[in-house]
Design a protein around this ligand. Structure first.
Ligand code: BGC
Length: 748
C-alpha cells in the first residue's frame, strides 16, 4: 500500500481525483455539437511558443506550451476567448519540473529525501508560480523508472524503484492539483513519458526499449498509475518505441491499459514532434518535421496512427490537424475517435475552470513568486535531499568558528546549482556553496582549481582541462583548518539528450582532488551531479562525501546547514551507485538468477574484475551524524488470507548516538518461491522519522495483497500462496527479517 509511508497526514497529500461531473459532461457535449471539423482538428493541436500566432489562436488552437511571458499569454488567451468563433480558451503549458521560479532540488534529489513533504512543497509552490502567469498545465511529474546512470534524464525522475517513484508521483500530483485544479494557485499535471522511456538501450536518449508485459506492469507502470489515482488528468506519450511500437503510436499502452483498464478520461498529448517521428526516413515531406521510427509511410499515416492509438493532442508537428479531413473522408480515422480526443481536451479545460477564469490576475504575479517563505522551503528541501555517503573519523560536521577553504570548479557556481530543467529559475537567485559557507563561517577562502563550463556540446577544454590552477588550490587547502572540495558535473551534462558513456568526474577533477588530499588535510567532497557517478576513486581520496545533486536556488545555504551540522543529513540513495560504468545496469530489485553472484567461485553471475557483487553504494543507503539501530521487527499475523486481508509490520528505530537526526525506516519483501522468479527485494514502505538522541519510535507499515502480488505476461495480477519474507532496516541491505504465509490465491 502506498499508505504507511508517513505521507498521509498532510492535507495536500489527500486523494484528489476529480469526480466525473455531470455538468462538465453536458457542457462538453454542447460545445462539441457546435464545433466544425476544422475547429475540432485545431483543438487537438498543441503549438510551441515559437509557433503560436493570432491566426492560430483565432482558429481555436487547443494548447500552447513554453510561452512564459505573462503579457503574451494574456494576449493570445484574449484572442482565443474573444475572437475565436466558439470562444474556447487555450490551455497554456510549461515544463515546471522542479520549480518555476523558486527552483527546488532536482527530482532525483527530492526522491533522495524519502520525504514526500519535500516533493509536496516543491509542487505546491511550482503550481502557484506557474498558475500566476497563466500556465494551467505542467509537464510533470516525470516518473520514468530507470536503471541507467548514463541516461541524462535519470535526474528528472525518482530513480530506480517503482514504489518510491509512485509515492513521489502521487504526492506531486496532489500538491500541484489540490482537490480542484481550477483554483487560482493550482494546475493540471501531465505525467510523463508514457511509457518505458527510462529503459533506453545503453542510456542513449530516445532509444529503443523492449520490455516484457510483466516488467512493464511491475516496474514501469506503477508510478503512472499512482499519479492517475492521485488525479493527474493529462499524460504525455513518449518518444521511445516499446516492443516495436513507439509511445505515441502504442494502442496497447494508451488505449488498452491507460484509457481502458484504468479508465483514464483526461487527454494524452504527444511529446515534441513525436507524431512526426513515426514516419520513415527519409521523409516524403521533410518540411513536416523529423522522421525516424518507420511505422508510418508519410504524414497522414503518422497522424492516423497516433490518433487511432490514443494520442489526443499533437505537440509541434501538425499531421493530425493538417490531414484530418482527408483521413476522415478515407475512413483512416473516425469522427467518433476525433470527437473522443476533443471531448477529453475540453473536459480538462472545463475542469481547469478556464471557461470561467481564462486569465491570470497579472497584478498578483509578484506576490505569488519567489517569496521569503518559498525560499525557506527550498532551503529546507536541500537539507533533506542531500545524502551523506561517507564520514570517516567523523570529519563532519565542520566547525563554523574555524577557517574553511572551499575549493573546486563548482565551489562558487550559481548557474549549475539550478540543475537541468531549471524552468524560469535565474542564476542570480541561486546561492553558491561559497556564499552559503561564508555566511556561516566568515573565515572562508576560495580557489577554483580549474573550470567547468556549461555548454551544449562536448569540448574537452570546458571540463576541468588542466592543472594550472592546482597550485593555488593546494595552498588554499594548506592555509585552512578545514577543506571542502566541490566537484561533479555542470547542469548541461544531465537532462534531455545528455548522455555520458563515462560516469566518473569529468576532466582533471580527480587529479585536483588527489592534489588536495596529498596536503594531508581532511577532505570533504561535495558532489553536484545529475546521475549516479562512479565514485570509487573519490572514496579513496576523501574523508567525507556529501551527495548534493543539484540543489536549486538555496544550494549554498542548505549545504552550509549540513556542513556545519545545524541540519543532520538523512537522505538515502534513490538509485544504486555502481563501482564502475561496466557494472551498469545494477539495481537492488533484480531477480535472483540460477547462478547468484559469488566472486569467490567461477560459473556464476559475477564480474571477474570486480571483487564484489554489490554496487559501491546500494539503493536506500545514506549516513547521518548520529547512529541508529533497528530492533523488534514484529508482524500482527503470521498469515495473510489474500485480497482484503493485511498484515501490520512494526519495527523500533532508536537513535543510539548523541545528537538528533533523521532515519528512513525501510520495509522490503521477497517472495522466495513463486511461479515467476521474483526480485530479491522489493521496497513496500518507508518512513522518514526524526529522533532525538536516545529516542525510540515504533514505525508501522501495512502490507496487503497489492504489495505481495506480481504480474504475469498476460497482464494479470497474481497473488500466490506461500511464504513472504519481510526485511526492515536502513537500506536495501536491511537484515532484520521475519516471514508470513499467504494462504489465498487470486489472479485478475
Ligand atoms: C521532452 C518533454 C518536454 C517537451 C516539451 C520534450 O523534448 O521530452 O519532457 O515536456 O519537450 O518541452
Amino acid at each position: 500500500m502506498i499508505a504507511g509511508t508517513g505521507a498521509g497526514d498532510d492535507e495536500a497529500l489527500q486523494p484528489a481525483r476529480q469526480p466525473a461531473n455531470g455538468n462538465v459532461e453536458r457542457r462538453v457535449d454542447r460545445l462539441l455539437r457546435q464545433m466544425t471539423v476544422d475547429e475540432k482538428l485545431q483543438q487537438v493541436q498543441l503549438l510551441s511558443d515559437g509557433q503560436i500566432t493570432d491566426d492560430e489562436a483565432k482558429k481555436g488552437v487547443g494548447g500552447v506550451f513554453s510561452l512564459t511571458d505573462p503579457a503574451k499569454i494574456d494576449h493570445f488567451q484574449k484572442v482565443a476567448v474573444e475572437q475565436s468563433r466558439l470562444h474556447i480558451p487555450i490551455l497554456f503549458a510549461y515544463d515546471t519540473i522542479h520549480g518555476y521560479r523558486t527552483t527546488f532540488p532536482v527530482p532525483l534529489a527530492e526522491a533522495a529525501s524519502f520525504d514526500p513533504t519535500v516533493a509536496a512543497d516543491d509542487f505546491r509552490i511550482s503550481a502557484r508560480e506557474s498558475a500566476a502567469v497563466g500556465i494551467k498545465q505542467i509537464y510533470a511529474p516525470m516518473v520514468d523508472v530507470s536503471h541507467e546512470p548514463r541516461w541524462g534524464r535519470i535526474v528528472e525522475g525518482s530513480g530506480e524503484d517503482p514504489y518510491l517513484g509512485s509515492v513521489m508521483a502521487a504526492t506531486k500530483v496532489r500538491a500541484a492539483q489540490g482537490n480542484d485544479y481550477s483554483a487560482a494557485d493550482k494546475v493540471v499535471t501531465s505525467v510523463k513519458h508514457f511509457v518505458g522511456y527510462g529503459a533506453a538501450e545503453g542510456g542513449r536518449d530516445y532509444n529503443t526499449t523492449d520490455i516484457s508485459e510483466r516488467r512493464l506492469r511491475d516496474l514501469f507502470l506503477p508510478p503512472f498509475k499512482a499519479a492517475l489515482d492521485a488525479g493527474s488528468d493529462t499524460v504525455m506519450c513518449s518518444f521511445n518505441s516499446l516492443n516495436g511500437s513507439p509511445g505515441c503510436a502504442n494502442a496497447h499502452t494508451m488505449t488498452d491499459i491507460l484509457k481502458g483498464e484504468w479508465g483514464f478520461d483526461g487527454f494524452v498529448e504527444s511529446d515534441y514532434t513525436a507524431v512526426s517521428e513515426l514516419r520513415a526516413c527519409p521523409p516524403k515531406n521533410p518540411d513536416e518535421g523529423p522522421c525516424g521510427h518507420g511505422v508510418a509511410a508519410d504524414g497522414p499515416s503518422a497522424g492516423a496512427l497516433a490518433l487511432n492509438a490514443g494520442t489526443d493532442s499533437e505537440m509541434v508537428s501538425t499531421h493530425i490537424r493538417d490531414n484530418g479531413k482527408q483521413l476522415l473522408s478515407t475512413g483512416q480515422i473516425s469522427m467518433r475517435r476525433l470527437d473522443d480526443a476533443v471531448r477529453r481536451i475540453l473536459r480538462v479545460k472545463f475542469r481547469a475552470g478556464l471557461f470561467e477564469h481564462p486569465y491570470a490576475d497579472q497584478t498578483k504575479i509578484a506576490e505569488n513568486t519567489l517569496t521569503a517563505a518559498d525560499r525557506a522551503d527550498a532551503r529546507k528541501a536541500v537539507g533533506k535531499s542531500v545524502v551523506l555517503l561517507r564520514n570517516e573519523g567523523g570529519v563532519l560536521p565542520l566547525d563554523a568558528s574555524k577557517s574553511v577553504a572551499v575549493i573546486g570548479p563548482l565551489g562558487d557556481d550559481q548557474h549549475d546549482m539550478l540543475g537541468p530543467w531549471w524552468g524560469q529559475g535565474k542564476d542570480e537567485d541561486a546561492v553558491s556553496l561559497l556564499t552559503g559557507v561564508k555566511a556561516q563561517a566568515p573565515a572562508t577562502t576560495f580557489a577554483e582549481g580549474c573550470k567547468m563550463v556549461d555548454a551544449d556540446l562536448y569540448k574537452p577544454e570546458n571540463e576541468c582541462p588542466d592543472d594550472s590552477g592546482f597550485a593555488a588550490a593546494v595552498s588554499a587547502a594548506e592555509g585552512a583548518d578545514q577543506v571542502v572540495v566541490a566537484l561533479g558535473e555542470v547542469r548541461g551534462q544531465g537532462g534531455e539528450a545528455e548522455v555520458r558513456s563515462k560516469i566518473d568526474l569529468p576532466g582533471q577533477q580527480l587529479a585536483l582532488l588527489k592534489a588536495i588530499k596529498a596536503t594531508g588535510k581532511k577532505v570533504t567532497v561535495v558532489l553536484f551531479n545529475s546521475r549516479p557517478l562512479d565514485l570509487t576513486d573519490v572514496v579513496a581520496n576523501s574523508d567525507a562525501i556529501i551527495e548534493a545533486w543539484f540543489p536549486g536556488i538555496e544550494a549554498g545555504n542548505g549545504l552550509a546547514d549540513v556542513l556545519f551540522g545545524t541540519v543532520n543529513p538523512g537522505g538515502k540513495l534513490p538509485v544504486s551507485f555502481p563501482r564502475s560504468v561496466g557494472q551498469v545496469p545494477i539495481y537492488y530489485n533484480h531477480e535472483p538468477t540460477g547462478r547468484p553472484c559469488d566472486t569467490t567461485q567461477k560459473y556464476n553471475s559475477r564480474y571477474r574484475d570486480i571483487d564484489s557483487c554489490d554496487p559501491l553504494y546500494e539503493f536506500g543507503y545514506g549516513l547521518s551524524y548520529t547512529t541508529f539501530k533497528f530492533a523488534n521487527l514484529s508482524l500482527s499475523s503470521k498469515t495473510l488470507r489474500g485480497r482484503g486481508d493485511s498484515v501490520k509490520v512494526s519495527v523500533d528505530v532508536t537513535n543510539t548516538g548523541s545528537r538528533a537526526g533523521d532515519e528512513v525506516a525501510q520495509l522490503y519483501i521477497h517472495d522466495p518461491v513463486a511461479s515467476l522468479s521474483q526480485p530479491v527485494r522489493r521496497l513496500r514502505g518507508f518512513q522518514r522519522v526524526s529522533l532525538d538522541a536516545g529516542q525510540t519510535k515504533t514505525v508501522t507499515f501495512r502490507l496487503d495483497a497489492s504489495d505481495i502480488g506480481f504480474y504475469d505476461d498476460g497482464g494479470k495480477f497474481i497473488v500466490e500462496p506461500g511464504s513472504i519474507d519481510v526485511y526492515a532496516g536502513d537500506s536495501s541491505k536491511a537484515d532484520l527479517t521475519d516471514t508470513f504465509t499467504v494462504t489465498g490465491r487470486s489472479r485478475g
